[in-house]
Design a protein around this ligand. Structure first.
Ligand SMILES: Nc1nc2c(ncn2[C@@H]2O[C@H](COP(=O)(O)OP(=O)(O)OP(=O)(O)O)[C@@H](O)[C@H]2O)c(=O)[nH]1
Ligand SMILES: [Mg+2]
Length: 1109
């Protein structure tokens, strides 16, 4: 534990004003872990010499080998400024996109963050992402511009150039912060205006008003948000050489030398100031007068000359002079070392230690747990669309507990677990061998002596009496321990927000769907008996730990405001959870995960008999990783879904070595596709206009499946309208598939969360419950509606938005079901926006409405091409006749025997339940419900319940309608930003081209010889891409792939040459260039579907030439 004792940390934990919970965030490889090393070394946990080389917080073997962080890990550090002592709970996070979920789990528990930026690379994609993440969680960032040494040794900039370069980097970062801030101010402003407007309207005062949008921006003080050295929230450092720009030290030195106050110097060191040597005054306007800025003259020049003397010129005399003038003590082995860097870091770490500057900045600029903003608390507590002020009173009162961060005995205990991580059971403090105290040593010695004496006695006895020696029980013990040691234990990564957590305490575990209103109405308070409230369970805090990087220390209790590890929760918490002693506490909002899990592989054990072990292992892996998903597909395959290739590799390694401990084999990554329809193309495959060419149907039998009567229940007309009748001939549906415009599809994709909320609202409306929705959600829904309206214009889409019946698949996907049935007015999906009474005719929900929706959901979940989900398709129901409900005589005739049928078939009961309740919700009761139920139960015939038939018919109709249009596959695309030097640029392009990547743009990074290439690449072609690029460019370029969007593959998988030209161009088989067909067949083959393929055509007997000689 270095030179800080556990007692001291425990004492400091009680004082939240001096606690800082912070994480280190950055793009990959910008030096987070190296910086953390410097900070850890300042506590004596590792030596200064090893700082930067050890990467102490990268405790996993693969992290050390690959050199990237994969798991976030925490450590508690001590720091003292003068009298004040601070406890810093520091979390190092990974920077690779694949692990961005680990960043989310870290950010949630912190109040502040150190954002690290590489001085050469500047703001990179992940830097923007982490700034956004910090912003979303309302945590305050400070900035460390790292790798300053690269400016001197690699880019060889002069101090003046470096200054300009640094200014640019700060501008870039501030631009990102600025965008985030502006959007928020505008949003808040809009909300305020709206409330005011509503108030005014209710007062019935009319009149147009003009709102000045920019006013809000000017009024709101945002200066503290921006990074600037004179604000004290920026440090320029080189973590590897262990120095920082040391503004405070320099200010101190020069204030003495020049007689200027240190505070004045600190404020003017950065900026357009220069030193007037004659007047001994600091003046403004360095740039205009062509003077050296103060920062260059007083700070950078000193550092540059040190590098010059030590690294570049290796001028021993000068170094010695500098060393004595700085008052640094050097060890002989450092000054004699052949690597000048060793000498350099020895000087720097004493002269301008980086930990000093960074830690004091953290303590001064980052908030303590006591400063948590009320806004952040409300955000944490209001799940989903609920507004904070609609929560029960008891729940709202808990806000005070958060803000006070009190450690009083009676304060409610609130804990949030952001992830579970696995540790070797042997590494737990209770199982670890501790150094023995003097007494214990004496005791053991005594024991050993006794044992020896016993053994001697026994031997003597044996000799004398020929008896067997008694085996010593102590000898067997190690073996037992070994068995135990192979187990993994889960520790929860958590933070206490209020109260004191004690060992052995019992707490409620609040599931994500838990509703405090329910618990309060049932009046449960004691935490010893498990109350029968949904989504609520109990757990006990078996053990509490202090997280010290690679080690854990046992604790008895942890007061509010601290980060801790909790053992013994593996049974009650899967990945994250809210724990509380108060049932009024709501579950926290779910974590914001930036990365989508998209790479899937099927996994099986090498030896089939080891399947149970694999299943167990996968369960553990699922728990130990915030973002990996584990599922069993319908085919029985065990599938692992991960965020990317590196993540996948780590999961497989974990599974093999830690969780399952068996040999496993993983399939090739399963690549996701989407199916869609497009407008008929205007040109054919040889770029000739369609229709102008003569078809050569003689050569090729063109399949005309899309037209004509296919069976007696199915009819497809030439315009693509599919009419299908149910087997009992009582219901008919007619459906047409229409491609949605691209922008609409994208909008639906992006708003899937909102649509999900919308669907939940509609569901509760149909059930007759009205929930308080936050105005922000309602506004977002209105916005979505108007956006859709503006995108769906034209004759074809007239009134479409109002007629949307449902979204799918899973009720929130990017496909639309449209109600174009004449005379059927059902409530639209926007019904939650309608306030109060409606005018005009009241919409009615017909019986079996739900069956149509279910059929649509099924059809969109897996399409006819290769059973992948659909995307961007609108199914318009143009006709829907159902006879049973329109024939009252029929109802009466089956009335008698209907009662017994009520429970038959799931489909009937669900459809019935929903349509009935929805009818009531609308305030229309279409006759006594008894009679209604009879009607539906009565409609069961030899083909099964009508609802079931209708679902099947609707699904089939959609599939046929889909097939009646030109079908296309959609491929998932990655974007990647590659940074490469000019020499390797060509090879990067080569690799991209080979893998069907497209370069979007390329620019030169200012001040460097690096090019930044932005490209998109199909996921299907991406496996091994990063490795290949790295190999081909000898490690100079390393891309990161981020999922971006879905893109239609332009070629038609069902295309066959039909014109002479096409036939000449592509040959008869014409499968050489059809990428879409290849993808489709690969998926079909994997899923065990029928693949239509000609393997050998016109086989001819081959002659062997040699024989015919
Ligand atoms: N020249 C120079 N190199 C540095 C400096 N700091 C870190 N590095 C190097 O940069 C590389 C990455 O450092 P890490 O600390 O592992 O970076 P990281 O941000 O933790 O990376 P991830 O955790 O994988 O995102 C290592 O090779 C370090 O030696 C620095 O100040 N100067
Ligand atoms: Mg790291």
């Amino acid at each position: 534990m270095g030179h800080t004792s556990l007692e001291k940390i425990i004492a400091l934990q009680r004082n939240p004003a001096n606690i800082r919970n912070l994480c280190i965030l950055a793009h990959v490889d910008h030096g987070k872990t190296t910086l953390a090393d410097c900070l850890v070394a300042s506590n004596g946990i590792i030596s200064n010499r090893l700082a930067g080389k050890l990467r102490y917080l990268d405790s996993r073997e693969d992290e050390q080998i690959r050199g990237i962080t994969m798991k976030s890990s925490a450590i508690s550090l001590l720091y003292a400024i003068g009298e004040k002592e601070y406890l810093l709970n520091l979390i190092d996070s990974p920077g690779h996109v694949d692990f961005s979920s680990e960043v989310s789990t870290a950010v949630r528990l912190c109040d502040g963050a150190i954002v690290v930026i590489d001085a050469v690379e500047g703001v990179c994609p992940q830097t923007q992402v982490v700034l956004r993440q910090a912003w979303l969680e309302n945590i305050r960032p400070v900035l460390v511009v790292n790798k300053m040494d690269r400016l001197i040794t690699e880019l060889k900039l002069t101090s003046q150039e470096a200054y300009i370069h640094l200014q640019k980097i700060l501008e870039q970062v501030n631009a990102v912060t600025g965008t985030l801030f502006t959007s928020k101010v505008l949003e808040e402003r809009a909300e305020k205006e709206k409330e005011e407007k509503e108030e005014k309207e209710s007062e019935a005062s009319g009149g147009d008003q003009v709102y000045d949008w920019s006013a809000g921006l000017e009024e709101t003080d945002d200066s503290h948000l921006y990074f600037s050295p004179d604000q004290g929230n920026v440090v320029f450092a080189s973590a590897i050489d262990g120095w920082d720009s040391g503004m405070a030290q320099f200010a101190h030195i020069y204030s003495q030398r020049m007689g200027i106050r240190a505070e004045v110097l600190l404020k003017t060191l950065w900026g357009d100031f220069y030193l007037n040597a004659k007047a001994k005054k600091i003046m403004k306007g360095a740039q205009a007068k062509g003077k050296k800025p103060l920062f260059v003259q007083l700070v950078l020049d000193n550092i540059w000359s040190l590098y010059d003397a030590v690294v570049t010129r290796r001028d021993k005399e000068k170094v010695e002079k500098m060393v004595t003038s700085l008052g640094v003590k050097l060890m002989a082995r450092d000054s004699r070392h052949s690597d000048p860097k060793v000498l350099l870091s020895a000087i720097c770490s004493q002269w301008l230690p980086v930990s000093q500057a960074v830690l004091s900045m953290v303590c001064e600029k980052l908030p303590s747990p006591l400063d948590m903003a009320a806004e952040r608390v409300e955000k944490l507590m209001s799940v989903g669309a609920r507004r904070f002020d609609s929560l029960p009173k008891e729940t709202q009162e808990l806000k005070q507990a958060f803000l006070q961060c009190s450690s009083e005995e009676n304060a409610p205990v609130i804990v949030f677990v952001s992830k579970m991580f696995a540790v070797d059971t042997k590494a737990l403090p209770q199982n670890k061998q501790r150094p023995l105290t003097q007494e214990e040593i004496a005791q053991r010695r005594e024991l050993a002596r006794q044992r020896h004496a016993d053994r001697l006695a026994a031997n003597q006895q044996a000799e004398n009496q020929d008896a067997l020696p008694v085996s010593c029980p102590a000898l067997r013990q190690p073996k037992l321990e070994e068995d135990e040691g192979t187990k993994e234990t889960f520790v929860a990564f958590a933070r206490v927000y209020s109260g004191v957590v004690k060992r052995g305490q019992r707490m409620f575990v609040l599931g994500p769907k838990f509703d405090p209103t329910q618990a309060l109405s049932m009046g449960c308070s004691a935490s010893d008996a498990l109350p029968a409230v949904p989504h609520l369970s109990c757990c006990s805090m078996e053990s509490l730990y202090l997280l010290m990087g690679r080690e854990l220390e046992g604790l008895e209790e942890v007061p509010s405001g601290n980060i801790l590890g909790i053992g013994g929760l593996e049974e009650c918490v899967l990945k994250s959870a809210t724990l509380s002693t108060s049932p009024a506490c709501p579950p926290f909002t779910p974590l914001n995960f930036e990365a989508a899990a998209i790479v899937r592989v099927a996994i099986e054990p090498k030896h089939p008999s080891e399947m149970p072990k694999l299943v167990h292992g996968m369960r553990l892996l699922n728990q130990a990783d915030p973002c990996a998903e584990v599922l069993i597909q319908e085919t029985g395959e065990h599938v692992l879904v991960t965020a990317g290739e590196v993540h996948l590799q780590r999961c497989l390694d974990d599974l093999r070595d830690r969780f399952a401990k068996i040999e496993i084999s993983a399939s090739k990554p399963i690549i996701p596709f989407r199916e869609t329809v497009v407008r008929p193309p205007k040109v054919d495959m040889v770029n000739e206009e369609v229709g102008k060419q003569q078809k050569v149907a003689i050569i090729h039998q063109v399949k005309e499946v899309s037209q004509g009567r296919l069976s007696d229940t199915l009819h497809v007309d030439s315009s693509g309208l599919v009419t299908l009748t149910t087997p009992n001939r009582l219901a008919t549906v007619a459906v047409r598939a229409i491609p949605l415009p691209q922008d609409v599809t994208r909008l639906l994709e992006d708003s899937s969360e909102l649509i999900r909320t919308l669907e939940q609202l509609n569901m509760s409306l149909r059930e007759g419950r009205r929930i308080d929705v936050s105005p922000r959600t309602l506004e977002a829904i209105t916005e979505l509606k108007s956006q859709l309206e503006s995108l769906l214009q034209g004759r074809k889409w007239r009134n479409t938005v109002e007629r949307i019946w449902a979204f799918g698949p899973r009720r929130y996907g990017p496909n639309i079901l449209l109600n174009s049935v004449e005379g059927y007015h059902r409530p639209s999906v926007w019904q939650c926006l309608v306030k109060g009474e409606r005018s005009g005719e009241a919409p009615v929900v017909r019986d079996f409405d739900n069956s149509i929706v279910s059929g649509f959901q099924l059809a969109t979940l897996s399409g006819p091409m290769c059973e992948e989900p659909l995307m961007g398709v609108c199914f318009s129901v143009e006709q829907w006749d159902i006879q049973s409900s329109s024939e009252p005589q029929h109802q009466d005739s089956v009335e008698e025997d209907s009662a017994s049928h009520e429970a038959s078939g799931d489909g009937t009961s669900t459809a019935e339940g929903t349509s009935e309740t929805s009818a009531q919700a609308e305030g229309i009761t279409a006759g006594p419900s008894q009679a209604k139920r009879r009607t539906e139960a009565g409609s069961v015939d030899c083909y099964g319940p009508v609802s079931g038939q209708l679902i099947a018919a609707m699904k089939d109709a959609c599939r046929h309608a889909f097939q009646a249009q030109p079908q296309r596959l959609m491929a998932a695309m990655y974007t990647c930003e590659i940074m490469a030097t000019a020499e390797v640029l060509g090879r990067v392009y080569g690799v991209l081209g080979k893998r069907e990547g497209r370069v979007l743009h390329e620019e030169m990074k200012e001040g460097t010889d690096m090019f930044i290439i932005k490209a998109i690449l199909p996921v299907a072609e991406s496996f091994g891409f990063a490795d290949e690029i790295r190999k081909r460019t000898s490690g100079l370029a390393s891309p990161q792939l981020v999922f971006s969007h879905w893109e239609v593959i332009s070629s038609d998988p069902y295309w066959v040459p039909t014109t002479e030209e096409e036939y000449l161009h592509f040959g008869e088989k014409a499968d050489s260039a059809n990428q879409a067909l290849k993808y489709m067949n690969a998926v079909r083959r994997r899923k065990g579907l029928y693949v239509e393929e000609k393997i050998v055509e016109h086989a001819e007997k081959q002659r062997t030439l040699s024989k015919n000689k």
